[in-house]
Design a protein around this ligand. Structure first.
Ligand code: NAD
Length: 542
């Protein structure tokens, strides 16, 4: 970088970024406020939510009924479900809105994000309560989700301020500048497991970069998405810039993804859907004049290696937290534990004890550590894997859900041992509270097993050996490696998050190069030698 460029970059001052603190639930006032929010939101369940296209509420002949996973007879909301026609309408609106939105100053767009973050802070426990009801998130998990959503708003606002000024790289007789412009219409397709944070993160990144946005949330978390849309609208983002388009993914997804008017798709969800989006988006019909950009964050099959000299107290705690937090429904969750032979038996014994101490219950109960899974389909799928585990492996823990069966979608934590590396429990993403423990003779074998899936998202190792930890850094094939700590709970900026191989396409969410994906870089070079002098303003009129 030459001196002029360096000056241009350092001249930009942005407030330092700080992660939003998590709520301290040891304080009675926080517990009381959370309980009050649950009561307030509890009285608002079952309402109807229309689509919002061009700032107008739009009804649909079809709807989605969002159910409370903890008490499946309870409807959290009835949401209009978009049709293919609505999707086309939404794309047209977003395309028209882009002509103005792209001209809004980046710093002004950043201010919208800061307003959205401020509103999230004001409504923090209310938003948490919606997640408790709609997604079965236990208190602390819901709180972390809101904190992350705030972080995304604040961090991407800061990053846009840093990226906005053109970078000058001048030479005698030549003025060169490098700057970014938005891509156009962005379609955001999100999962239900971080119903606020992931949807907000992808949406505000696209928005602050100057794109217009069509938000297609997961069916199971469409009410929380409606709350996010409310906050975007209340922050003053002009009509049409963001569209709220809930609907069945298989129905509206392909219409949005294949539209020639769409420029970018940011997706987070399963590998299967991510790959199909990538394929569809690559198709360029004659009516399309650009190649679409696809960002896809997909699944994981994450392993923790427990070395023979590991502190087993820490390892057990880290594995339990990583495996069973939010009932194992995190893309970063630990679902494989690879233990070195000398530590195997004592680790297993302690893991069993710690797992059995977990409390399965409804998400609104503050004592619950493992809540329900998202829906009946997920429950059935996870139970099928548990049956495979019971059949083909050694069952170490099989927790029953007792009287909760039938009340909601509960699955008790399960631990299986002596699992073979090619077993389906080791190769497939289960997305539930199921852990496979594998034995490794030495570290070479441990790394081989860890790297033996198609995924590369998170991974970890507990060890006291600096040499072995160093090997993990170079030999574990993951996007996010965690050493001697849990492998979930990535924080914006501190732990930019995302994987590769079948875990994702694109830069890490919450990282310094994430926004670049939503922008097009432009370089302008002007020859200033032969410019002559500009005529005085009034000479033009003569
Ligand atoms: P999913 O793939 O079933 O759904 C995700 C979204 O895609 C939803 O909005 C859905 O309606 C939509 N969709 C479904 N079919 C579609 C189609 N044909 N075209 C376009 N869109 C379609 O995933 P999910 O069950 O909501 O979420 C769980 C998955 O998400 C897991 O695999 C998990 O690992 C992954 N995930 C990954 C990350 C990450 O950062 N890598 C984060 C969270 C979740």
């Amino acid at each position: 970088m030459n001196e002029t460029t360096a000056q241009a970059v350092t001249a930009v001052k942005a407030e330092p970024f700080h992660n939003e603190p998590h709520t301290d639930f040891s304080r009675a006032e926080n517990r009381d406020a959370f309980a009050q929010a649950l009561a307030d939101v509890g009285s608002q369940l079952g309402r109807e939510y229309p689509l919002v296209i061009d700032g107008k509420a739009v009804s649909s002949r079809k709807s989605i009924v969002s159910l409370n996973p903890s008490h499946s007879a309870q409807a959290v909301g009835r949401i209009a479900s978009a049709t293919a026609d609505h999707a086309e309408q939404a794309v047209g609106t977003a395309r028209r809105a882009f002509t103005q939105w792209r001209k809004v100053e980046p710093t002004h767009r950043a201010e919208y994000l800061e307003l959205i973050a401020a509103e999230m802070r004001n409504r923090r426990f209310e938003l948490c309560a919606w997640m408790v009801y709609e997604c079965g998130k236990p208190w602390a998990e819901a709180d972390g989700d809101v904190a992350e959503a705030i972080d995304f708003c604040m961090y991407y606002a800061q990053q846009m301020r840093l990226l906005a000024p053109p970078v000058q790289c001048d030479y005698p007789g030549e003025e060169n500048s490098y700057f970014y412009q938005p891509r156009g219409v962005a379609v955001i397709i999100s999962p239900w497991n971080f119903p606020l944070a992931i949807l907000a993160g992808m949406t505000v990144a696209a928005l602050v970069a100057g794109n217009t946005v069509i938000m297609k949330p997961a069916e199971q978390s469409s009410v929380i998405a409606a709350k996010l849309f409310e906050m975007i609208r209340d922050a003053g983002v002009p009509d049409g810039v963001v569209t709220y388009l809930p609907g069945a993914g298989a129905e509206v997804g392909p219409v949005l993804v294949s539209s020639p008017e769409v420029d970018l798709i940011a997706f987070t969800g399963s590998r299967e859907v991510g790959l199909s989006i990538n394929e569809q988006a690559a198709h360029t019909p004659p009516s399309q004049n650009h190649v679409k950009k696809v960002i896809a964050e997909m699944g994981g099959k994450n392993a923790i290696i427990v070395d023979e000299d590991a502190d087993l107290d820490e390892a057990v705690q880290g594995v339990v937290g990583s495996a069973f937090g939010f009932a194992g429904q995190k893309c970063s969750a630990c679902s494989r534990v690879i233990v070195l032979e000398p530590a195997y038996d004592s680790f297993l014994e302690r893991l069993a004890g710690a797992t059995e101490s977990l409390k399965v219950g409804p998400a609104e109960d503050p004592g619950t550590t493992v809540g329900p899974v998202i829906d009946e389909e997920a429950q059935r799928r996870i139970e099928d894997y548990i049956a495979i585990g019971k059949d083909e492996c050694r069952t170490i823990v099989s927790m029953d859900v007792g009287s909760l069966a039938g009340e909601g979608y509960y699955v008790g934590p399960h631990v299986f041992a002596d699992v073979e590396p090619d077993n389906r429990l080791v190769q497939h993403e289960i997305f539930g509270p199921v852990v496979a423990v594998l034995r490794a003779e030495d570290l070479d074998e441990a790394f081989r097993i860890a790297n033996s899936t198609d995924y590369a998202l998170t991974g970890g190792m507990y060890s006291r050996s600096p040499k072995n930890l160093q090997r993990a850094r170079t030999e574990m094939r993951v996007g996010n490696l965690y050493l001697n700590r849990s492998i979930t709970g990535a924080l914006v900026q501190r732990h930019p998050f995302g994987g590769y191989m079948m875990s994702g396409i694109g830069s890490k969410a919450g990282g310094h190069d994430y926004l670049l994906q939503f922008l097009i870089p432009i370089a302008v070079s002007e020859n200033t030698l032969r410019r002559g002098f500009a005529p005085p303003p009034d000479s033009e009129q003569e």
